[in-house]
Design a protein around this ligand. Structure first.
Ligand SMILES: Cc1cc2nc3c(=O)[nH]c(=O)nc-3n(C[C@H](O)[C@H](O)[C@H](O)COP(=O)(O)OP(=O)(O)OC[C@H]3O[C@@H](n4cnc5c(N)ncnc54)[C@H](O)[C@@H]3O)c2cc1C
Length: 389
């Protein structure tokens, strides 16, 4: 039997997971990454639900757990840092999950454990794709591949997806986020501290395993059109009078080389495959941090894709059928969630505080805990046929 060849575009969580599992199931695999070298960076993500099982099957559960960010819980704080309420974190999928890890650490762990023979080419992007009955021809800046499958794993703003699919529904959630690394201070503890104030603003501080603090500013508004410097200046204006640790975070971001700004955009598509082209991870269904579980879904998608194409698996349709309910579950949050999470007025903030107390009370905490259980499924993962060595 001839070996099938997959070209994967994008070397982050989804692309590397697909590379891992396609190679494991006997494919020849080439990964193209636009960045000139491995992209480190990115802040706290977690591995939840079915993704824990995928990580276990990769043999990487312990390797990822060793890089835990050391976070022990999630609390809502007021402007003086006093804890107002604590979100439930019991069990593996609590607000602070058992597997909390930095995006860069998770991606690097998969990269280092890729099965032998995966070719990773940095600084290369796709310029042209011709999808034919016998092969998909992928032209990059330097090479041409005649492959059996093209996997697009380029994240939310994927250009190859936009080149090949004309039915991409982009939903701007009206929230901008800036993530960055700042120096740790004595007042930082091991919890995810979450501060909400009027004007639709939130500040988050989280511990990491590198001796620094991971900060996030989030606010309502449209920051999509500005570059990084422009976006940071807009954040400075919006957070000047936000209170709590706003000034420290703004000053830290000004000198950090690791700031990632995102205008939260959900991607919705009627289908994630066409011919020999298939989308995985954020490129297919970006759920945004508002939904949560993006890294977990990306990890799972690589496994489910390879499983659906292995053995007697029924191909890309089966991949899509398995993933769709997991994605729908995260994307379809109620319309009131954004205004509730980002109150504009003092009254809205007061209502939010009352709700926080109620949702974290002993009576409602089990219900609240269920909201963090994303990327979970009662269905067993599809079987995967790994050829014997
Ligand atoms: C540097 C970085 C930092 C991040 N930081 C955070 C964070 O702090 N918080 C958070 O919630 N999420 C963050 N994310 C997003 C998070 O990783 C994803 O939501 C989630 O893990 C799903 O991953 P993905 O592999 O589908 O997409 P992504 O992680 O977005 O990865 C896409 C990959 O494709 C590459 N790429 C893009 N376009 C092309 C192209 N045309 N050709 C070749 N390669 C291409 C990108 O360089 C990247 O490596 C970050 C992503 C990146 C790349």
């Amino acid at each position: 039997m001839t070996t099938r060849h997959a070209v994967i575009s994008g070397a982050s969580i989804a692309g590397l997971s697909a590379a891992f599992w396609l190679r494991r199931t006997g494919w020849e695999v080439t990964v193209l990454e636009r960045a000139p070298a491995f992209r480190d960076g990115g802040q706290n993500v977690d591995v939840r639900g079915t993704a824990r099982e995928v990580l276990t099957r990769m043999g990487l559960f312990d390797a990822v757990k060793e890089q835990n960010t050391t976070e022990t819980g999630t609390v809502f704080v007021d402007s003086s840092g006093r804890v107002r309420a604590e979100l439930p974190s019991a069990g593996p999928d609590g607000a602070t999950a058992e597997l909390e890890v930095l995006r860069g650490d998770l991606a690097r762990t998969i990269l280092r454990h890729l099965p032998e023979g995966v070719e990773v080419l940095y600084g290369d992007t796709i310029s042209r794709v011709e999808d034919g009955p016998d092969a998909v021809t992928v032209t990059t800046t330097g090479r041409t591949f005649h492959a059996d499958l093209l996997v697009v794993a380029e994240g939310v703003r994927s250009t190859t997806r936009d080149l090949l699919f004309d039915d991409v529904d982009r939903r701007d959630l009206g929230i901008a986020m800036a993530f960055g690394t700042i120096p740790r201070t004595a007042s930082d503890d091991s919890r995810w501290r979450w501060y909400t104030t009027t004007g639709g603003r939130q500040i988050h501080l989280r511990p990491d395993n590198h001796g620094t603090t991971r900060a996030m500013l989030a606010c309502t508004g449209d920051f999509a059109v500005v570059d990084r410097a422009g976006a940071l200046s807009r954040f400075r204006d919006r957070f000047a009078d936000a209170g709590w640790e706003a000034r420290r975070v703004l000053d830290g971001f000004d000198v950090s080389d690791d700031v990632y700004v995102d205008q939260l955009t959900q991607i919705r598509m009627p289908s994630w495959h066409r011919g020999r082209v298939c989308l995985v991870g954020d490129a297919a269904w970006c759920v945004t941090p508002m939904g949560g579980g993006g890294a977990s879904l990306a990890l799972v998608s690589g496994y489910v894709l390879a499983a659906s194409l292995s053995g007697s698996g029924s191909g890309l349709t089966a991949y899509e059928e398995w993933m769709r309910p997991l994605v729908d579950d995260v994307q379809n949050f109620p319309g009131w969630l954004v205004p509730f999470a980002y109150p504009r007025t003092r009254l809205g903030l007061r209502l939010r505080h009352v709700a926080d107390k109620a949702f974290t009370s002993r009576l409602l905490a089990p219900l609240t805990a269920r909201m963090t259980q994303v990327a979970a499924s009662e269905r067993a993962l599809p079987p995967i046929a790994v050829p014997q060595a």
